[in-house]
Design a protein around this ligand. Sequence first.
Ligand code: IMP
Length: 433
Amino acid sequence: MTIANTVVVGLQWGDEGKGKVVDRLAEHSAYVVRFQGGNNAGHTLVVNGEKIVLHVIPSGILHPSARCVVGNGVVVDPEVMVTELDQLAARGRTVTPAQLSISTDAHVIMPWHRLLDACREDARGEQLIGTTRKGIGPTYEDKVARRGIKVADLMDPATLRRHVEAILPEKNRQIVEWYDGEPLTVDSVVAWAAPFADRLRQYVCDTVELLHAASRRDEAILFEGAQGTFLDVDHGTYPFVTSSNTVAGGACAGTGVGPRDVHAVVGIVKAYATRVGTGPFPTELHGAVGERLRELGGEYGATTGRPRRCGWFDAALVRRAVQLNGVTHLTLTKLDILGGFDELCIGTGYEGADAFPSHDLEQATPVYERLPGWGSDVSGARTWDDLPPAAQAFVSRIEEIVGVPIVLIGVGPGRAEVVERADPIATLTQARR
Ligand code: IMP
């Protein structure tokens, strides 16, 4: 019984709770693959009773049977990668090359990328994007501008030096002349890279070949998306987006696996909406209700600790995300957080807009449908029938507007705290055929 090659993607602005679903599916997958983004993502894991937050290593790392892959579409900060490996080792989980593979073609976040990310954000003043300042955007820029450094280059000191010598003069001009910063030297950059390269070399390989071999053996591949659909550089709320393609289609370009080898797309949505950083958010709540959602939902960023902006579920936005990703199955998370509200709202569209106002979301005023709350704790529910009728009505209404069945409903942080409307493993096994 092999489950479908499945992409898991967030359908809002990230932080939908993908980790729990990935964790569940990783148990049944031979490979767990990241295909975009970098250490701007974050997922919290509990190892031997201790919490650690991983940012770049796929969250499947704790499943002994799953091999984790950092695909070519990811941008890798070698320092962060080594820190995460050390954190895992310190908790008795030394990561072997049989458990982790890093693509030779992934691009490297270099010291100038982090520096320029922070300098640019500071220079933008009120117009800031609110990036994570981890160097993600500048690294993707250099990739597209054909002046990036790949993991393969990092592994070879002579090649690295040659590239750094060619790139650094321009970077230093920006750092010094535009941002009044301290220049970097070729020697310091090469020396910085050496210990990380030595440590990571054992994991680096042609991950395209690895995944195609897995496909030939009919082994399940799970593609773990980071961020969310409306942070996608093409389809998101540009320019308030991240610099990669977060939509499911990115899984193909970011791993070298063709579209015919992807069988299912599981979209994750939170029962309300959140976003970090700046940018349009039509259903945002500015007053006490928003604050209550933030407190009840623990809505603070795993990567930056920033309070997340909170608002009502925007079904019109999610319907668009379903199209953009080709979603086959939906998972709704954090339904329990809404238990304390007497009345709930779902955004069903925007005033005066027949179509999705992708270029005008900043100005869009949501049209709300009001639904009664259920005013009780649903964290103990495990079946559909355990949910109060008002909670069932809320879920059904979302399904109706969005047009895709909700397979799993999260009702608490624990792994077991889910309502299964259909067995996800059986459903995804079916999807492979
Ligand atoms: P960057 O990815 O650091 O360039 O940040 C660009 C935008 O994406 C900012 O609004 C960030 O807050 C947001 N962002 C990046 N990664 C995540 C994530 O994992 N969850 C939610 N928002 C994110």
